[in-house]
Design a protein around this ligand. Structure first.
Ligand code: ZN
Length: 184
């Protein structure tokens, strides 16, 4: 599981750097480098759509940038990762992470599983193959008010990027992140 642990650590760092650069990096070229580093972590286009700014658009005031970083740009927490063997793709990982939102405004993400992604090998190395956001209506449960959730049709997750791979049976391995280790 070492490769997925390292990949998720890198992903969290690179995403956080891109979100930060969007708010505080006045140099367009340096911002674009940061954005590109984030975008290339996925095998599908559009990963960095949330960290877009028009060329020459400038950055917010320092106070406003800090406020947005602390409320919307938190470093995600990784919760756990599962390894599966796929007949064509080899080892595929499913990873569960927090959101980047911090409702308390202290830069600590809300403790809620908000992102699920598939990660697998490509000729360029490990890449994100699918991205799913937890359904906010049912909080990823798939049921709402005792019935199938109408928003996610009972799946609990909404695919917003890439493609899903059918994974049969139980995971081969499950890795749980220790939050104390992570924050140390
Ligand atoms: Zn739902």
């Amino acid at each position: 599981m070492q490769e997925i642990v390292a990949f998720l650590e890198q992903f969290i760092d690179v995403e956080h750097a891109a979100r930060r650069a969007l708010l505080v990096e006045p140099d367009d070229d340096r911002f674009q480098q940061s954005r590109l580093a984030y975008e290339t972590m996925a095998a599908f286009p559009g990963l960095a759509a949330s960290v877009y700014r028009a060329r020459g658009a400038g950055i917010p005031s320092a106070d406003e940038a800090q406020r947005r970083l602390l409320t919307q740009g938190a470093r995600r927490l990784p919760y756990w990762a599962e390894a599966y063997e796929h007949p064509e793709r080899g080892t595929l990982y499913i990873a569960y992470l927090s959101s980047t939102l911090s409702p308390t405004g202290d830069g600590v993400p809300e403790d809620r599983t908000a992102l699920r992604m598939t990660v697998g090998a490509t000729p360029e190395g490990l890449r994100i193959l699918s991205w799913e956001d937890a359904c906010l209506r049912c909080d990823a449960l798939g049921t709402f008010e005792g019935r199938q959730c109408p928003e996610c049709t009972g799946i609990g997750w909404l695919l917003t990027g890439g493609v899903l791979h059918e994974l049969n049976g139980d995971p081969v391995t499950v890795y749980r992140f220790e939050m104390d280790d992570w924050n140390a």
